[in-house]
Design a protein around this ligand. Structure first.
Ligand SMILES: C[S@@+](CC[C@H](N)C(=O)[O-])C[C@H]1O[C@@H](n2cnc3c(N)ncnc32)[C@H](O)[C@@H]1O
Length: 413
């Protein structure tokens, strides 16, 4: 079948938990045609598995890729093998979707460190903790600064944390000195405001002739990705010389993504996601950004670390009558098959775990108090005599305990 003959089809053989944003992507004919064209080329070369399909579809959502494979009549059973969601998880505490924590593979982080570092050099890492720590492995650097708003990043790398100049700031509030670094490495959340702002901060922070290394979202990450990439490239070209290394950056699939895709019926490779490396040699440095430029996309949530899991809670979830924790999709197991900010269900989520379990929260103060107890004790027994639970009617109390068990899993038993 020629790529141009492929017409976006409705959700033929839709996967379980097919989410709204996939329907939106399917409705975008140009996006679908681009995915289909890449798939058709891969089929012509003899590719047959989802892993191979993901390697050629430039960051398209695996659920969309699987759907298009089926629509193209290319759905060998192996592509849809049962998912376990139990991929190796090297990070403690675990990474979280709400923190946009897609960490590079160790080889990729080391490669970026080698490119940015070197004896006597100073490097600024914006939202790139794995690169900051890889840099510290090499002797002789003059200065390594990490700006990352998540303090858990340092807990994951405690062996090196003391050697690092680390600011737990939101980048919108950080005051980064101008012209102070030889190189900057950044991996902003892949949204236009953030990419633009972070690139401006990085370019102002390096000396003239210095290098900025930026993770550029792949072209089929979402339908708007080509326009967003073009905007970043135009911005970068206004600042200096630009080179692109396509697909150079690789991410270790985080547990939250494995779990989400497992819920959607898919199993993906250990490092399926890639980005292009944009290398900018700064020739026309911008004035340092002033004031908060990139507005926070969502109001602040609170984090709890319970065992290895990270739990995000929306303290502003509206207090309403009904169970304090309820499934958002009628799913009694509280599993959630999406990581996209475009998913329409996202607005109803009040609590979200690093293993992609979510719930609607109707009494945020009560849930916060219970999570606090669990975080402090690290054991479910901590709830046995919790006064917050004792005050509830017995049936409501039992439902709440069951919901917490489903959300957090057996880890605390
Ligand atoms: C996409 S991850 C990149 C991680 C990188 N690939 C690595 O391996 O080190 C984005 C990082 O930026 C941080 N971050 C997200 N938004 C931020 C903000 N507004 N200010 C500062 N850090 C932020 C997150 O905590 C996360 O560590």
């Amino acid at each position: 079948m020629s790529p141009s003959a492929v017409v976006p089809s409705p959700l033929v053989g839709a996967l379980p938990s097919q989410a709204g944003e996939i329907e939106v992507d399917l409705a975008d004919a140009a996006h679908c045609r681009a995915v289909d064209a890449r798939l058709a080329q891969a089929i012509a070369r003899g590719a047959r598995s989802l892993d191979e399909a993901l390697a050629v579809t430039l960051g398209a959502d695996p659920r969309l890729v699987a759907q298009r494979m089926r629509a193209l009549g290319w759905a060998p059973p192996a592509a849809m093998r049962p998912a376990t969601g139990d991929a190796a998880q090297p990070w403690d505490p675990e990474l979280h979707a709400r923190d946009f924590e897609w960490y590079f593979t160790p080889e990729c982080a080391a490669g970026l460190a080698a490119r940015a570092g070197g004896p006597g050099r100073s490097v600024l890492c914006l939202g790139t903790p794995t690169v900051a720590f890889a840099l510290l492995e090499a002797p002789g650097l003059r200065r390594v600064t990490l700006v990352d708003r998540n303090p858990l990043a340092l807990r994951r790398h405690h062996h090196h944390a003391a050697a690092l100049e680390a600011w737990h700031d939101d980048l919108a509030a950080a005051r980064v000195p101008a012209g102070a670094y030889d190189a900057a490495v950044l991996d902003a959340p892949w949204y236009p405001d953030a990419l633009r702002h972070w690139l401006g901060v990085a370019a102002a922070a390096v000396r003239p002739g210095g290098t900025v290394l930026l993770a550029l979202l792949p072209a089929l990450h979402r339908p708007s990705a080509p326009a967003e990439r073009a905007a970043v490239l135009a911005h970068a070209r206004a600042l200096g010389r630009v080179a692109i290394d396509p697909g150079r950056l690789r991410y270790a699939t985080p547990r939250f993504e494995h779990e989400a895709l497992a819920t959607a019926g898919l199993s993906v490779p250990a490092a399926w996601r890639r980005a292009d490396l944009l290398e900018l040699t700064v020739e026309r440095p911008p004035a340092p950004p002033v004031g908060p430029v990139a507005p926070a996309r969502e109001p602040a949530w609170v984090r709890f670390v319970i065992g290895p899991q990270v739990i995000h809670l929306d303290p502003h979830a509206p207090t309403e009558p009904g169970d304090a924790l309820a499934p958002i999709d009628g799913r009694a197991d509280f599993r959630y098959g999406s990581i996209s900010t475009r998913d329409p269900r996202r607005a109803t989520i009040g609590v979200w775990t690093s293993r992609s379990r979510v719930a609607r929260v109707r009494r945020p103060e009560l849930v916060a108090a219970l999570l606090e107890r669990l975080a402090a004790a690290g054991q479910r027994r901590a709830l046995d005599h919790a006064p917050e639970l004792g005050a509830l009617p017995a049936d409501e109390r039992a439902r709440l305990r069951r919901a917490l068990h489903a959300l957090l899993g057996p880890a605390l038993d």
